[in-house]
Design a protein around this ligand. Sequence first.
Ligand SMILES: [Zn+2]
Length: 264
Amino acid sequence: MTTGREADPREHLGMRRFVLALSLFCAAAQAQQALAPDVLLVPGGFEAGRQPDGNSLLLKGSEGWLLIDSGRHRAHTEAALKAAGGQVRAVLNTHWHLDHLGGNAWLRAQQPGLEVWASPAVAQALAADGWLDRYRRQLAEALPTAPPEQAAVMRVDQDLLGQAAALKPDHEVKTAAALTVAGRPLQVGVETAVSGGDLWVLDKASGTLAAGDLVTLPVPFMDTACPPAWREALARLSAQPFQRLVPGHGPVMSRADFERAWRL
Ligand SMILES: [Zn+2]
């Protein structure tokens, strides 16, 4: 007699592959990778004792480089700017979590005229009593009594949130659309599953899909705790004509990796 759910051997094989891939990814963190002509990945990182940076993707258009997600820590954002030869024309944030948005303020200071694209959920999170505004107040309350290592981590986010106006986009993407940013033609989708306003970006020329935190490692399993909005978002991602998928965190996936991991 069996009780509960039988283990599916595909899950174990899939998990082993991804744990291996993750360990390789950690070793290579911060080194930029060319994924295709004019397409560069600046890998994010999960370092002990500090908050993460999301992956950043650089796409070169006829007007310069577009950076998808700007990271949290200065070192990550600097690495992205350096990978672009010191010239980033535009930023698109997949969502408002600081590991994908925090670098906007520093980049604006470095690149006058930088244009930033994001969903309306960014401004909502930063508005009075929005999620990030409440977080800013919690940090201010907790900092005076926080242990030094923890306080150092908290100050990174406090500094970012002290520049809230420079984190906001110049252009809000409210619905799915074909957009050209920095001269690069893109298909942009809008989902709600992660942050209430999650953009994904298909770079048509290279078949590269930037999924933000709709897809991350470690891989959650669809049949356990996946809300319906997430399942629908993943189905829309799967329907896009991509060859490779850049998750919000973790190594680049092939279409086969993605479909196996998410059991689509
Ligand atoms: Zn993230």
